[in-house]
Ligand binder design. Structure first.
Ligand code: N7H
Length: 456
């Protein structure tokens, strides 16, 4: 097993900080002068949280786009050693096509991360309360303003709802791999009843991964091992149309007399997600939510092939079955598990915007998920999940279906709920989520950060 160099890995790679730092803010910056940017980096370097630190009040982490690296002196030749999607950026026509960012999701409509509003640096701030966050934000903004090397493009507030539910109303943050070597197996086991341990190299560069050979280490600034202890960070601002989602569930579950019950609405929503609002998996609880709110159920100790091979519990096309098919991808469960281990991500998303007071009333406010995930190989992990599983209309023999939440919408998309004697199909799924911005970043190790800042 790999011995991880916690002191060289940024803290965010190893922790979401969600339990003790529920408040967050993401600052997106551009570099307008390399030398001044380096001075600013040097100034904040000591505040960046490393993986061996145990902070309880405030954490700071940082990541860079390819354009930032070029501005900071990484040569075009060295940039070629980084992952192709990172070099290109998320909003290029090829990536747009791969990710299904069409129509209202097209980069041309984004608030940031596109050609009109490019970004170089992502500064992630986390705090134990709103007051601490406010203070830290003010300090960082002053440093940025005084730096004359970086400019603030957009400041994105984020947080976790106190009950860890995302805006559609479902418990989030359950299905998460454990990075080998972090010693988190027991914690995960206690919380969810299950721990999928994945080799560190899937999420942190420089370690053994689930493939036959590790992903190549990118080099930069004359350092062949620049990439060690770094990772790629995928950020997508995803607006959630909460009212649209519940209106659709309401309309679709009306009975002959035109009424829809809360139970039927919740059941259809749960079938789409693959978990009940409480978090309980539908594969083991196909009919009703076993946990009465506010109780939660973080059970992750289930697979699909053995007990739910026909999809009668969790539909084949449900969000969690598409994004982590576990043992059900192929006929052989062992081969499935092995294959799926090569397509996992660490999710670090947080909600933004106020929670809806009443999901059946359109209050016109924007809310959603600042989806963030970490992986060592953007193509094989994040992009694969989005393209080959979520957006795939024929995923495991389905037809004209895409992920009900995050899948690219095609004409007349359906969602099937497998059943006996017949499946149920619901039609014309509207778009429940719209991508509003995004970019691919590299989150370097602590030593690489020092080199970027000017080296010492
Ligand atoms: Fe998803 N949601 O709130 O409904 N997601 N997700 N996701 N997601 C999961 O297990 C959601 C998105 C994954 O191991 C749950 O934590 C929403 C993207 C993966 O069983 C819920 C958005 C991608 C898992 C949601 C969104 C993924 C997962 C269940 C966007 C990757 C773990 C709770 C607005 C491309 C699956 C949990 C497993 C779980 C929701 C985005 C991937 C409730 C609203 C873009 C891998």
């Amino acid at each position: 097993m790999a011995t991880l160099d916690f002191s060289d890995i940024q803290g965010f790679v190893l922790s979401s900080y969600a339990s003790n730092m529920p408040c967050a803010n993401y600052l997106l910056l551009t570099i307008n002068d390399a030398a001044s940017c380096r001075s600013w980096l040097t100034q904040i370097l000591g505040k960046i949280t490393a993986g061996n630190e145990r902070k309880s009040d405030f954490s700071l982490n940082i990541a860079f786009t390819a354009s930032a690296f070029l501005k900071l002196g990484v040569t075009p030749d060295d940039l070629l050693t980084f992952s192709a999607p990172f070099q290109e950026g998320m909003s290029t026509p090829l990536r747009q096509q791969l990710l299904g960012d069409s129509g209202s999701n097209a980069p041309a409509n984004w608030l940031w991360g596109n050609a009109q509003n490019p970004v170089d640096i992502l500064l992630l701030l986390f705090a134990n309360g709103e007051e601490e966050l406010k203070q830290q934000l003010a300090l960082r903004e002053t440093e940025i303003l005084n730096s004359r090397g970086v400019t603030l493009i957009i400041s994105l507030a984020a947080g976790r709802q106190p009950d860890s539910k995302e805006h559609f109303g479902f418990l989030d943050g359950i299905g998460q791999p454990v990075i080998e070597g972090t010693g988190r197996e027991e914690k995960q086991l206690n919380r969810t009843g299950h721990a999928t341990v994945i080799k560190a190299g899937e999420f942190i560069l420089g370690y053994e991964n689930e493939m036959l050979k590790p992903d190549p280490l990118p080099r930069a600034l004359n350092i062949p091992t620049f990439g060690i202890n770094g990772t790629y960070l995928v950020f997508r601002q995803m607006e959630q149309h909460v009212h649209e989602f519940w209106k659709y569930l309401n309309e679709t579950t009306r009975d002959a007399s035109g009424n829809s019950s809360p139970q039927d609405r919740d059941r259809l929503g749960a079938k789409m997600v693959g978990r009940w609002k409480s978090g309980a998996p539908v594969t083991t609880h196909p009919h009703t939510d076993p946990a009465i709110p506010p109780a939660v159920n973080q059970d992750n100790n289930f697979s699909f092939a053995e007990k739910d091979g026909s999809g009668f519990g969790c539909p084949f096309g449900a969000h969690i079955r598409r994004t982590n098919p576990r043992d059900s991808l192929f006929d052989d469960p062992a081969i499935s598990l092995k294959t799926v281990k090569r397509h996992r991500i660490i999710r670090r998303g947080r909600s933004y915007g106020d929670r809806s007071a009443d999901v059946f009333i359109d209050d016109g406010k924007e809310r959603g998920l600042h989806f963030i995930c970490l992986n060592s190989n953007i193509e094989r992990q994040f992009e694969f999940i989005q393209q080959s599983w979520a957006n795939n209309p024929s995923f495991v023999a389905l037809n004209n279906e895409t992920d009900p939440l995050i899948g690219q919408r095609n004409e007349g998309n359906v969602f099937s709920i497998q059943g006996c004697p017949a499946r149920t199909r619901i039609h014309n799924l509207p778009e429940f989520v719209t991508t509003k911005g995004g970019a691919y970043f590299f989150m370097p190790g602590m030593n690489a950060l020092k080199q970027l800042a000017g080296g010492f």
